[in-house]
Design a protein around this ligand. Structure first.
Ligand SMILES: [Zn+2]
Length: 313
């Protein structure tokens, strides 16, 4: 892990120079969502009329209108775009995430708005492309009492500590991570989670949990943790376990308690951070410096929505 990542990042001052007003924020969002030019969100057509000084697009094919926010978690929000993008920046530079109290102070909005905003950003940073190559899969327990944190060692006897949630994760040795909350550690759940995250044909390293048995489409090797074996040749799950360590430090450091209901979105945030680790938060000068975390976030926003009703349901 890069311990100096924060200090290499553009500063808040750089951010405000780069995005001084709403017009700049809108242009920045449009270039992030559509790096190759604005594409109709309704039909995918690549030619649009830009009207109202760039605030509105009309598709030349289906004639439907949309803005840079349409079809994203920001669509129904009255919060200025500049604050949204600044929130993406803050989320990305804070390794342990940012609380809604802190976010509210930084943005000058209510804590309730900040909380809703942060969850919408977490909802929209999830990546769903399947991993390939050599992948490590593992499960862990999050939440509950600190004294139960080694509950994963007992998972072979069934469900872990009470009050804990189970997170399944995969890390490709190429770098990318996927993770999601699962209900129980059994064959049905684990098989479904592996198939959702990993392309068939991949090499898969797991622990010796019986739930992984019978996965046909992968070249699987298990490491027998219950016998104290943690590495067998190249087969180990140390990379995904280091992701668990980051997740758990954030859990106890910033939030103290993640409700089970919202855990999946917190997991999304940390997966996103892991997958964009080492990238600059944004491009300081406006010249193309390749991918940045804020641009990666914006590019993945198409079709992601989270209403307040769903959030509090
Ligand atoms: Zn269209």
């Amino acid at each position: 892990m890069k311990t100096n990542q924060i200090y290499d990042q553009p500063s808040a001052m750089d951010f405000f120079n780069r995005i001084p007003d709403e017009d700049a924020a809108r242009k920045y969002l449009a270039s992030g969502r559509w790096p190759n030019g604005v594409t109709c969100i309704h039909c995918g057509h690549g030619e649009v009329w830009t009207i109202n000084d760039g605030n509105l697009y009309t598709c030349k094919k289906c004639r439907k209108q949309f803005t840079a926010r349409t079809g994203t978690v920001m669509e129904d929000s009255h919060i200025p775009l500049r604050k949204w993008i600044y929130a993406m920046y803050l989320m990305t530079i804070s390794r342990k995430s940012i609380s809604s109290v802190q976010l509210a102070k930084e943005l000058g909005i209510t804590q309730k708005s900040a909380w809703f905003m942060a969850h919408r950003l977490r909802e929209s940073c999830q990546s769903t492309t399947k991993l390939s190559g050599t992948c490590e899969a593992d499960e862990t327990y999050v939440g509950g009492k600190e004294k139960n944190k080694h509950a994963s060692k007992r998972k072979h006897e069934g469900r872990g500590g009470t009050g804990k949630s189970i997170v399944f994760g995969v890390k490709s040795r190429n770098g990318e991570t996927r993770a999601k909350v699962i209900e129980v550690v059994n064959r049905k759940e684990l098989h479904a989670a592996v198939k959702e995250a990993v392309a068939s044909g991949a090499i898969l390293y797991t622990d010796d949990h019986r739930g992984y048995h019978g996965l046909k489409d992968y070249r699987r090797t298990s490491v027998n943790h219950s016998d104290g074996q943690y590495v067998k040749g190249d087969a180990h799950t140390n990379s995904i376990e280091s992701f668990w360590a980051v997740l758990k430090r954030a859990h106890f450091g910033t939030f103290h308690h993640w409700s089970k209901k919202h855990l999946e979105r917190y997991v999304n945030e940390f997966v996103f951070k892991a997958n964009t680790n080492g990238l600059p938060a944004f491009d300081k000068t406006g010249t193309d410096c390749g991918l940045t975390t804020v641009r990666a976030h914006m590019a993945g926003m198409n079709g992601k929505r989270l209403t307040y009703e769903r959030l509090i349901a």
